[in-house]
Design a protein. Structure first.
Length: 238
């Protein structure tokens, strides 16, 4: 790239000075040769400086350390229940994704002041869905539930939210499992009508949160420990 840049600069300088036509006709005088050489050297110097600056800048850019977002790596994957580092697993199920409710559900948690520390979009495998709903395996609706979660007609949005009492409050924000019993203002109470299409899931205890977060977000680096600048405006008993 550098040699292409230098030779194009030299060509342009030569053209500008009429050197090409003069040289080919053998009419170049001593002073015009010197002048042309000076111009060529100056142009070459500019190109060399530009190339050196580019190389230096690129090298410095490459050597920059990666952004440091892992502010508190001592927090376990599933958080610390009973503290401001409590964590829960919240999912938007395929019907919620299909109906375009992802942003509303994320927005409710964000506006409440909770912090998003994990987020992924996936069609869960049968094994994952079976494990997630293992406690319901004897229920007559189990097979239909797993099929609806895994058939790929729409993905699931899996999330991990962090903040004080997020496990309990997450369930309150979702509303009752059967949307017809869910209060207005809750996600299910506002957006759905049927227990088989209740658009979201939330861990119901610290034990479930631990199991579900590790199940859905067990991979390395899938949870980000980061410090929110809003924290002092959201979490304090003064
Ligand atoms: N009677 C039912 N008929 C059909 N589907 C049901 C029924 N009961 C529960 N489900 C489905 O199974 C899911 C898990 O049921 P569970 O009893 O664990 O309720 P939940 O904890 O409120 O729901 P989730 O685990 O999805 O948050 C429900 O969200 C619902 O989609």
């Amino acid at each position: 790239m550098f040699s292409r840049l230098a030779s194009s600069t030299l060509r342009q300088a030569a053209r500008r000075q009429g050197a090409k036509s003069v040289a080919t006709r053998g009419l170049m005088t001593g002073s015009s040769t010197k002048q042309t050489s000076r111009v060529l050297l100056r142009q070459f110097g500019v190109a060399a400086t530009a190339a050196a600056a580019f190389t230096l800048g690129y090298t410095m850019y490459q050597q920059q350390p990666a952004p440091q977002v892992f502010a508190d790596a001592s927090v376990p994957l599933h958080g610390v229940p009973g503290t401001s580092k409590e964590r829960t697993f919240i999912a938007v199920k395929p019907d919620g994704v299909q109906r375009g409710l992802v942003s509303d559900i994320i927005g409710r948690f964000e506006r409440r002041g909770y912090k998003l520390v994990g987020l992924k979009l996936l069609v869960p495998s049968k094994a994952l869905a079976n494990e997630h709903y293992a406690d319901l395996s004897s229920k007559p609706f189990f097979k239909g539930l797993v099929d609806y979660m895994t058939n790929g007609k729409a993905p699931v949005v899996g999330m991990v939210w962090e903040g004080p009492s997020v496990i309990k409050q997450g369930r309150v924000m979702l509303g009752a499992t059967d949307p017809r019993a869910a209060g207005p203002g809750t996600i299910r109470g506002d957006y759905c009508l049927s227990i088989g299409r209740n658009i979201c899931h939330g861990s119901d205890s610290a034990e479930s949160a631990e199991k579900e977060i590790n199940l859905w977000f067990g991979g390395k680096g899938e949870i980000v420990n980061w410090a929110s600048n809003n924290e002092e405006w959201v979490i304090s008993d003064n």
